[in-house]
Write a protein that binds this ligand. Structure first.
Ligand code: ASP
Length: 437
């Protein structure tokens, strides 16, 4: 039997008009039983997200400054939704409690979480669904990590006694009962947690775009939408900056192999993107998507007979670890190795890292080159497809782009190329054109 969990993002619940669209979507299918709500997002460009206003209030309260103006703005957001929808709900007491807590050191996470709490209460009332406070069903461990198993058990029990319910996203509780939030955008994770606990057949994640696009629309003109993508492909693309869904939202549903469908509240007839555990479906193109980022540096190390020296890679990486710099890639030659790191992370540690490498392995030469951009070409269709790399390299060569680094994991799910940051846009366009247009 079909059972759907829906999560609506902030832009889908920003005002009364959006609440109406949400209700229409939810009520159009009786299988849509559990709804996770974000806090009201921006209504137009230049507007504020309620979560940001709450953080602002918290900061003001910490500095002993007056919170009235910002707090009134928050109340006005909720009051206008309630009034325009014509529902009977008086939040005066809840506002007072929140205001009091803000002024009495209730904690930053508690304050931020109230955006989802209030919005979910309003939505539950409007839909006529039960309200389940996330603090009673989402749990963190003492060290702040998410307690997946306890959450799953308690959430499953709570859902089993309610046919239809709304749950606020973004937060849960610590073992001592205080509120803790996930990182920003964390309502996506709550949606995934609810989907797992409900053994949902589908997790619908409703936002303001019709799913994932094959490339960044700020760089590629009108990129094609992605119909189906696997969890693994999505991980590769979102690691490189393709955002729509919180990175950690995949893990709970992945566990139970529940597909996620990214949908657009403003265009509900669009089918959106399906994120699935695995698929035999052949995509229209060999590649599923392209993503990339600028802001990387190469640390290149040269040493004669390097390949026969045991433990050399470990010694290099140890220097990075000691300096708290994480590495992105580690391509190597016979007597050279290169470590790709974020330029920002290396910034203040450059001298220490180079000195450490010199001390640890006594290289013939070590130098840093900045201005590197990484481009990831991702696609399950590339596995075993012959000639994909050749097509990428020819396309880049024909566009006059020099390749500074190549990395292909044995999963064959992606090929990553490093190019000069000045060539980044040209490189993305050349690859997109080769495979899609
Ligand atoms: N409201 C929170 C944020 O703005 C969480 C979310 O919307 O998912 O990050």
């Amino acid at each position: 039997m079909s059972l759907k969990v829906l999560k609506f993002g902030g832009s889908s619940l920003a005002d009364a008009e959006h609440f109406r669209s949400v209700a229409e979507i939810v009520k159009s299918d009786p299988a849509r039983r559990y709804v996770v709500a974000s806090a009201p997002g921006k209504r137009m460009s230049g507007d504020s997200k309620v979560t940001d206003l709450l953080y602002k209030c918290y900061a003001l309260a910490c500095d002993d400054e007056d919170i009235t103006e910002v707090f009134d703005e928050i109340k006005a957001r909720y009051n206008s939704i309630i009034e325009e929808l014509g529902i009977e709900l008086d939040l005066t007491e809840a506002y007072e409690k929140i205001r009091f807590s803000m002024l009495h050191n209730s904690g930053r996470d508690y304050v931020a979480s109230r955006g989802e709490y209030l919005n979910a209460m309003i939505l539950a009332k409007y839909l006529g669904f039960d309200f389940i406070d996330a603090k009673k069903v989402v749990f963190f461990n003492e060290d702040g990590t998410f307690n997946a198993e306890r959450t799953n058990d308690v959430m499953r029990d709570a859902l089993s006694t309610r046919e239809y319910a709304v749950i606020p996203g973004f937060y849960g509780s610590m073992p001592n009962g205080t509120i803790k939030t996930f990182s920003r955008g964390g309502s996506d994770i709550t949606g995934s947690i609810v989907a797992r606990a409900a053994s949902a057949t589908l997790y619908e994640n409703w936002t303001d775009v019709s799913g994932f696009l094959m490339a960044d629309p700020r760089i590629i003109d009108n990129p094609k939408p992605i119909k189906t993508i696997t969890y693994k492909e999505l991980r590769e693309l979102s690691y490189m900056g393709a955002t729509v869904l919180h990175e950690d939202a995949i893990f709970p549903v992945r566990y139970s192999k529940i597909p996620i469908n990214i949908r657009n509240t403003n265009s509900p007839d669009d089918k959106g993107t399906f994120i699935v555990p695995e698929t035999d479906e052949i995509s229209d193109y060999i590649i599923t998507g392209i993503a990339g980022k600028t802001g990387f540096s190469n640390i290149t190390i040269e040493k004669a007979m390097m390949n026969s020296e045991l433990g050399l890679g470990r010694k290099v990486l140890q220097v990075l670890e000691e300096n708290n710099v994480s590495f992105e890639h580690f391509p190597s030659g016979i007597d050279t190795m290169t470590v790709v790191v974020s330029t920002k992370a290396l910034q203040d540690k450059r001298a220490d890292v180079l000195a450490g490498i010199c001390k640890n392995i006594n290289p013939d030469n070590v130098f840093v080159e900045e201005n590197l951009a990484l481009v990831a070409i991702v696609g399950r269709g590339m596995v075993k497809a012959k000639g994909t790399a050749a097509r990428i390299f020819v396309a880049l060569a024909e566009a006059g782009v020099n390749i500074r680094m190549i990395d292909q994991g044995s999963s064959e799910l992606n090929i990553i190329v490093g190019v000069d940051a000045n060539d980044y846009v040209t490189a993305l366009n050349a690859i997109y054109k080769e495979f899609v247009k």
